[in-house]
Ligand binder design. Structure first.
Ligand SMILES: Nc1ncnc2c1ncn2[C@@H]1O[C@H](COP(=O)(O)OP(=O)(O)O)[C@@H](O)[C@H]1O
Ligand SMILES: [Mg+2]
Length: 422
């Protein structure tokens, strides 16, 4: 089966993503690479609203612009690999999975799974037999027990009742649901339902498994148990997992694709992404405004780095890996100068993949939501303050200066997660 892919709706910038696109372009019109389990050939999902919306400012009905939720990413997922689609809320992860699992017909482009075309009903029917899916939102019957769920899904996948019963019992043990095996799923907590959905996806040894945010809303202990289950389940099969947790992607993913606003932004193994984006150190210096020039001079002279971010009393410096060797002598010298410069504090942190992820999320959000505001509570006065998308330092009318810490919240939204007095 051959398939055409749609052209990217917006050009990619990252070299790994570009290289992957070039490889996929070469395969256009050709059958799937036998090494691949999944090939995403420019899948596009455009949502159109058919009902005009009332435009308050213009006082008229206006047609909403079509929204491109997935903008023709092109990538392949190897057999036996756990591929992690990492991205904040709204990145297009679920929409991509929905197109690959036959839930949502693509607007354009093509997806292939083990040589079958997902847009072809016969192809999809063949894939379904060996596919397991854990949807983002649990689809369970409240009047069936956990055990019954596994038996039903096992039977649907062609297992005998006794085999399904046996594997079901084993799977429920894996996620510590054995004591609740005969209880109705309707009475389960959110985390229990999630664990049940994960093992449903794994019943009958599927050779492709989609797990859409499998651990969202779980307590840390259950989360680790589910990681163990996924880790052992990935032996000999392809798993596609979505998450907005960098930690989860780092621990489970053989290969990670960071997605934001419908596009793939980075691609590679955790180690590769860390050495490409995350390596090096972040140094923050807090000092009186009058010393800022002296601080910057010291960094320039001793380390050869300029400030990467700066406010009146705070400067941040990124030290690239090739300059790490200079750090011990730098700190010796800087310690001597600290007093005369009146430096109040110095923070040193190793940059992580988390920083990369946040930066990518922030850039993507700013591209589309520049000017969007959020309300935070000022740390000292506890007054509500409006901060703009991406602002990190705020001085409000009350004169309070504080730092806004941005992050990805429980739901995967890029949002202020903390405020700290500066
Ligand atoms: N049925 C739909 N109609 C209109 N917009 C949708 C629909 N489903 C998803 N979207 C939008 O598409 C974007 C991507 O959504 P989704 O794939 O759920 O992202 P993710 O799973 O990465 O959080 C979001 O902006 C979302 O609001
Ligand atoms: Mg989702």
């Amino acid at each position: 089966v051959s398939a055409e892919g749609a052209r990217p709706l917006e050009p990619s910038e990252d070299e790994d993503v570009l290289a992957e696109e070039a490889l996929m372009q070469q395969r256009t019109g050709q059958p799937m690479d036998p090494q691949s389990a999944v090939e995403v050939r420019g899948l596009v999902q455009t949502f159109r609203s058919f009902f005009p919306k009332w435009d308050k400012e213009r006082k008229t009905y206006a047609q909403k612009a079509p929204y491109h939720a997935v903008k023709a990413p092109q990538f392949a997922i190897k057999r036996g690999q756990l591929f992690c689609l990492l991205g904040p809320n709204g990145a297009g992860k679920t929409t991509t999975i929905n197109m690959l699992t036959g839930v949502l017909p693509p607007t354009a482009g093509e997806g292939l799974i083990y040589g079958e075309t997902v847009t072809h009903p016969a192809g999809m029917a063949r894939i379904r037999r060996s596919m397991g899916v854990c949807p983002q939102f649990d689809i369970l019957w409240s009047s069936l027990t956990a055990r019954e769920h596994l038996e039903v899904f096992g039977a649907v996948k062609g297992m005998s009742v006794s085999d399904a019963r046996l594997e079901g019992a084993r799977r429920l043990e894996e996620v510590r649901l054995e004591a609740d095996a005969d209880n109705l799923a309707g009475g389960f907590s959110g985390g229990m339902k999630r664990r049940l959905s994960v093992v449903i996806a794994l019943i009958a040894e599927p050779n492709i498994v989609f797990l859409d945010e499998p651990t969202t809303g779980m307590d840390p202990v259950s989360r680790r148990q589910v990681w163990d289950v996924i880790e052992s389940a990935k032996q000999g099969r392809c798993v596609v997992l979505t998450t907005h947790s960098m930690e989860e992607a780092d621990i489970l993913g053989d290969r990670i694709g960071i997605m934001a606003k419908g596009r793939l932004r980075c691609l590679g193994g955790g180690v590769h992404l860390k050495s490409k984006f995350g390596a090096g150190y972040q140094i923050g210096v807090l000092a009186p405004p009058s010393s800022m020039d002296g601080v910057k001079e010291a960094f320039k002279e001793l380390l050869g780095v300029e400030a990467s971010a700066q406010s009146e009393r705070h400067a941040a410096f990124s030290v690239p890996p090739e300059k790490e060797g200079l750090l011990p002598s730098f700190f010796n010298e800087f310690d001597r100068k600290k007093e005369s410069l009146g430096v109040e504090s110095v923070q040193v942190a190793m940059s992580t993949l988390e920083d990369v992820f946040l930066r990518i999320a922030k850039e993507a959000e700013e591209g589309e939501n520049a000017g969007k505001t959020f309300t935070v509570m000022a740390p000292i006065s506890q007054m509500p303050v409006q901060v703009m998308m991406g602002d990190t330092r705020v001085l409000e009318a009350g004169g309070e200066r504080f730092q806004v810490v941005w992050g990805i919240d429980e739901e995967g939204n890029f949002t202020p997660v903390d405020v700290k007095p500066e």
